[in-house]
Design a protein around this ligand. Structure first.
Ligand code: NDP
Length: 453
């Protein structure tokens, strides 16, 4: 029996030892899920909705406990961790409205009646990364359960604690055994088995583009449905006609949120050349003002990176001779700390400019005009997120239509909203999560003709 010790990234101290699920146990869980799903799909829609609302209420009653687990196990700042637990509740509540609204169509046909049904896919495998263990779990879990699917979730090996607790809360809320199971374990074991097992009808994967490619290839063998939420290298585009003070004040939060371990991190700031100097003058105090420190403190805005290995990876983008324009602070001593860092000027072929860093490092690059801003934003294999700052509505629309990315905000640094669809263009992914149509991704359309003659 192999185990994994969860380490507190802020202290480097062990938090908990987790028994890892093996391939045989994964198969057994999938078989339990198959049986449970037969029951779950036949639970009356109103009752399924009620159970999801009870699940949301259980999460709500345990916000502080869940946050404490995420602070200790992932190093997330307290305010952020509480927000994330509240987000799970909100996503469950949002999709609890779905079971009673899963109507089909009646289509006019000669000789009878044609109706469609939205049938649940069956068992869904959910593979979650370490950066946002709670929110990303909820984005697949809630609409899949609402659709009448059973879910087998694999949290990242490094950050399993909150997912395990959420699995217990589902049972305490009254969800039938086997409908939602959490299997802590390795991607190469549990994740791979979810991909390979024929009874798992869909994989919802969030993680790196590299592993996403392997998952897609594995799913192809079974024509298995797949949703992929992958990497990003998004642009924060600031035009000269924008509210430069607001754009500069919020830019750190568009990239340093979760210590930059965010697929939506706008890690390339593109600034119109005529306001570059003004922007940099305003950005410097904003970056230096980011409160980096003890995740347990309510005032902390940024915590540590997830591991020593990941910190070394992030640091590799800032070698000795890197063009550091300015940087914020980070504590000394134990913990995988890395200060918010701004690089400028950088070449268009510098790895820090072209690759996803997944840490608190951002580049600032000037552009001449609208056309160049769009071209620079699109000069990446990714297309997940982005922000546009301008006072000109027409420009906002033109640039938003021109940038090849799935999620944009105008004059705002926000990225994910559970009411709206989320997902990537190009190598950032396939399919959409969240928003009103997410449940459709967990159903198949069944078409039935009933002869009347
Ligand atoms: P990985 O791709 O390494 O891992 C993601 C998950 O996949 C983990 O649970 C991992 O398990 C599992 N896994 C690894 N190998 C396999 C396999 N062969 N078969 C099945 N499952 C496997 O990504 P990271 O955890 O490093 O996460 C960071 C990446 O995720 C970044 O690129 C980031 O951009 C992306 N991401 C994308 C988001 C989006 O919505 N588009 C949101 C958040 C992150 P194990 O724990 O064992 O490694």
């Amino acid at each position: 029996m192999s185990t994994y010790t969860v380490i507190n990234p802020a202290t480097e101290q062990p938090v908990s030892q987790i028994t890892l699920t093996d391939a045989g146990q994964t198969d057994a869980a999938i078989e339990r899920a198959v049986k449970a799903q037969e029951l779950w799909r036949n639970v009356a829609p109103g009752d399924r909705a009620r159970l999801l609302r009870r699940f949301a209420a259980e999460v709500d009653a345990h916000i502080d406990d869940l946050a404490e687990l995420e602070i200790a196990g992932s190093g997330h700042p307290a305010g952020q961790a509480r927000w994330e637990a509240g987000h799970v509740r909100d996503v469950l509540e949002y999709y609890s409205a779905a079971p009673e609204r899963m109507s089909g169509k009646q289509i006019p046909v000669p000789g009878g009646l044609d109706v469609t049904f939205a049938e649940p896919l069956g068992v869904v495998g959910l593979i979650v990364p370490w950066n946002f263990p709670m929110p990303i779990l909820s984005w697949g879990m809630a609409p899949a359960l609402a659709a009448g699917c059973a879910v087998v979730a694999k949290p990242a090996a490094m950050t399993p604690l909150t997912a395990i607790r959420i699995g217990e809360l589902a049972l305490e809320a009254g969800l039938p055994t086997g409908v939602f199971q959490v299997l802590p374990g390795k991607g190469s074991v549990v994740g791979q088995r979810l991909v390979d097992h024929p009874a798992v009808r869909k994989i919802v994967f969030t993680g790196s583009t590299e592993v996403g490619q392997q998952i897609m290839a594995g799913c192809a063998r079974h024509i298995k449905r797949v949703t992929l939420e992958l990497g990003g290298k998004s642009a924060n585009i600031v035009f000269a006609d924008a509210d430069i003070e607001r754009a500069a004040a919020t830019a750190p939060y568009a990239v340093f949120d979760n210590a930059g371990q965010d697929c939506c991190a706008r890690s390339r700031i593109l600034v119109q050349a005529s306001v570059l100097e003004q922007f940099m003058e305003l950005l410097e105090p904003a970056v230096k003002g980011v409160k980096v420190g003890d995740p347990k403190a309510d005032s902390t805005e940024m915590g540590p990176l997830i591991s020593a290995a990941h910190r070394a990876h992030v640091a590799s983008y800032v070698p000795e001779d890197a063009p550091v324009a300015f940087r914020g602070s980070a504590p000394d001593g134990p913990g995988y700390w890395y200060p918010p860092t701004v690089l400028a000027p950088v070449g268009a072929d510098a790895p820090a400019y072209t690759e996803e860093i997944f840490g608190p490092v951002v580049t600032v690059t000037p552009f001449a005009d609208e056309a160049e801003a769009i071209a620079m934003a699109n000069d990446t294999p990714y297309g997940l997120s982005g922000s546009i700052w301008t006072g000109n509505v027409g420009r906002a629309i033109r640039v938003a239509r021109g940038v090849e990315t799935g999620n944009l905000s105008v004059n705002s640094h926000s990225s994910v909203r559970y009411w709206t669809p989320f997902g990537g263009f190009k190598q950032s992914g396939l399919g959409r999560e969240l928003g009103p149509d997410a449940v459709d991704a967990f159903t198949e359309v069944k078409n039935v003709f009933i002869a009347s003659e």
